[in-house]
Write a protein that binds this ligand. Sequence first.
Ligand SMILES: C[S@@+](CC[C@H](N)C(=O)[O-])C[C@H]1O[C@@H](n2cnc3c(N)ncnc32)[C@H](O)[C@@H]1O
Length: 359
Amino acid sequence: MNTVGMDAFYTPGEVASVMVRCVSAVEVDRVADFAVGDGALLDAARLRWPKSELMAVDVDPMCVLEAKRKSWHVRTATCDFLSRRSTDGSATLRSLKGACDVVLLNPPFSLRGAGREFATLPGNRTVRSRAMAFVVHGLEFLATHGELVALLPASTLDSVRDAAAWEFIGSCHEVSVVARYERGTFRSATAATVVIHVGPGRGGDVGPPSYRPLRRASRAMRVRLVRGTAQMHSLVGGSEWQLIHTTDLVDGSVLPLHRPVGMSGRVVVGPCVLIPRVGVPVEGDVAVVRDGKFVISDCILGLECETEAKADQLARQVREDIVALRSLYGGACARYITVVKLRGYLEARGVEVEVVGRS
Ligand SMILES: C[S@@+](CC[C@H](N)C(=O)[O-])C[C@H]1O[C@@H](n2cnc3c(N)ncnc32)[C@H](O)[C@@H]1O
């Protein structure tokens, strides 16, 4: 697959999962990705709607071949989605116009050729960024009830170059930002990104979309994220503090071990949800400590909550979404999650996060 630089930012599984879950339709017959790459978005779509027909389109024939090779129910086309001649010349693409229930896009972000007119809007206005042109063209393929979800550079929300495109989209669709990922949240992401959802609503807003977090918590959820610092090999003796290590997180609770230490690292205060920082967790490793103050080892991240009920609710939510959480653990040896990634994961789920101390 021949993409380079920002074009080659394939969607991490976690983001693909967020993008698919923000679609409100439950029954979906046809899903299309017009820049399919290695198929991450269609893979996520297949998990949510196993019976849907998947349309894989890319300008790179290798990507299209790979999509064909996969065992899923997929139709393919090789075409330049930004060239009217290329899309009109494809019988497959012609048949898809106005016929897709869901369009998923992680278009190329590249600014190469910036200033070029990539698409035309009513009133002789033009779209001058590749990513936004993908969104504008993608809308032509939506059925009347259809929904489009795209991962875009966050800069597009404030860019003068994209203002006309947002105005056009907002005039006929309901548009919102459902997640935001800061630069560096994912290894491959060289820019801050946003997930935008375009629904079938009548629209009426004429500016860039505003923020609507995915699965908004019913009552505002705020946590303090504490990364443990106590190193197991250099604990200071003492009796005044209890230490919690990852091996103590069992079946959603903390084992009542008595392991007193001297003050040797960061402390969490219950109610608090504890998650292993090192070692990919299973559901039971997401534990709630109800009250008290504890030193946590450097293999643990703590999420201090306002009430016990909120800690239980958050732990439940994280366990239900453990697959997405697990996908964020990286590293060659012992796999670990960074504070930045956990913060992105929580914020995408409507949780307000304050990071305590330096991470
Ligand atoms: C950033 S990747 C996204 C891949 C995939 N959808 C994902 O989410 O991981 C962008 C893809 O767009 C394709 N692409 C770039 N320009 C294109 C164009 N004009 N028409 C169709 N596909 C294009 C590239 O070949 C690449 O596979």
